[in-house]
Design a protein around this ligand. Structure first.
Ligand SMILES: NC(=O)c1ccc(NCc2ccccc2)nc1
Length: 246
């Protein structure tokens, strides 16, 4: 997948995409992240990219011209059609399902707003989707773009080793992850759940699913409400609930 990021802070996005799983995915050619700075597409002597809001009000907005030209340049940089996504608090909430949907596309162009945002006419005509990573305001869309790139990058075939991809299974099924433990077995902070050192892999699998179901019920009942649990999962959750209230 090719990702083109339009940002006034290219070094920020480049840096995020160079480390960890996404960095390795780039080295393996599974994803490429290219940043484009609208300031280089501003035609005036001062490289102006912002303007004052009509109707008054605080702050500045990003101008149509430089952004439109930058989007065109980014799109022209490769053959495949590109979906243009704007990161903003006004966008649809990003979920793992949306990440999975985006992760199979050939290209994405991510538009990062700064200041108070972007002229609405640019959004109406050049942006395909508006996405939010959560209900809070950041100083720029770059962090949101980095989150999206990471979530998509790790889903590229070959980006994760088996252990890592196993770890992502629970959330992609809509459940929260179960508790995890590593050495030492005995510690002043506590001992382990006995099942995890029983060597009974079926019991361990059952325990982990039960913990995921129980945690989701306790911490994110909204996620649970959206799921169709099969008979055995419902029984497992009931077992958790009985123990919880015991
Ligand atoms: N919650 C998010 O995903 C998000 C995205 C961008 C952002 N800041 C840049 C911006 C500010 C105002 C209007 C449009 C973009 N803050 C939060």
């Amino acid at each position: 997948m090719r990702v083109d990021v339009i940002t006034l802070f290219p070094e920020f996005v480049d840096g995020c995409a160079r480390v960890g799983v996404v960095g390795r995915a780039q080295e393996r050619g599974l994803i490429s992240v290219t940043s484009w700075n609208p300031r280089e597409f501003a035609t005036d002597n001062y490289h102006t990219v912002d303007g004052r809001p009509y109707g008054g009000g605080p702050g500045m907005l990003m101008l149509i011209g430089p952004l439109r030209d930058t989007i065109a340049a980014a799109k022209a940089a490769a053959e495949a059609p590109a979906k243009v996504i704007y990161l903003s608090p006004q966008g649809a909430r990003l979920t793992q399902r949306k990440v999975q949907e985006l992760s199979v596309l050939p290209r994405l162009v991510l538009l990062c707003g700064r200041y108070e945002g972007v002229d609405e006419r640019l959004l109406d005509h050049e942006v395909d989707e508006e996405l939010s990573i959560g209900d809070y305001v950041l100083s720029g869309g770059e962090l949101a773009a980095a989150v999206l790139i990471d979530a998509i990058g790790r889903l590229q075939e070959g980006a994760l080793n088996d252990a890592q991809s196993a770890a992502q299974d629970s959330f992609s099924e809509g459940l929260l992850d179960c508790p995890h433990y590593t050495r030492p077995e005995q510690h002043e902070l506590g001992t382990l759940p006995a099942v995890l050192i029983s060597g009974d892999h079926a019991a361990i699998k059952r325990w982990r699913l039960k913990q995921s179901l129980g945690r989701t019920w306790l911490r994110r009942p909204d996620l649970l409400a959206r799921m169709q649990l099969d008979k055995s999962a419902r029984a497992l959750l009931e077992e958790f609930r009985l123990e919880y209230f015991a």
